[in-house]
Write a protein that binds this ligand. Structure first.
Ligand SMILES: [Zn+2]
Length: 76
């Protein structure tokens, strides 16, 4: 594989990821599997997941990049 092909492949993957993050900005919270609730280890009761604050969703890393880029584009 030449360097050019590798670069093109990487760019293609980045572009696909970028588009995917624009369409699906939210992912399931891994801590609570998207429930938003988490079983307390000691108390045997449900409590809001700390990681997603009970929403069950998490913002994807790509979406943060997306927002960052957009903010910078708007500031120009
Ligand atoms: Zn969660």
């Amino acid at each position: 594989m030449t360097a050019l092909t590798a670069t093109a492949t990487a760019a293609l993957i980045a572009l696909a990821y970028y588009v995917e993050c624009a369409v699906f900005p939210w992912g399931k919270c891994r801590k609570c599997q998207g429930n938003g609730k988490k079983m307390s280890p000691a108390g045997r009761h449900w409590r809001d997941c700390r990681r997603c604050k009970g929403t069950g969703r998490r913002m994807r890393v790509g979406r943060r990049v997306w927002r960052y880029l957009r903010r910078h584009a708007a500031g120009r």
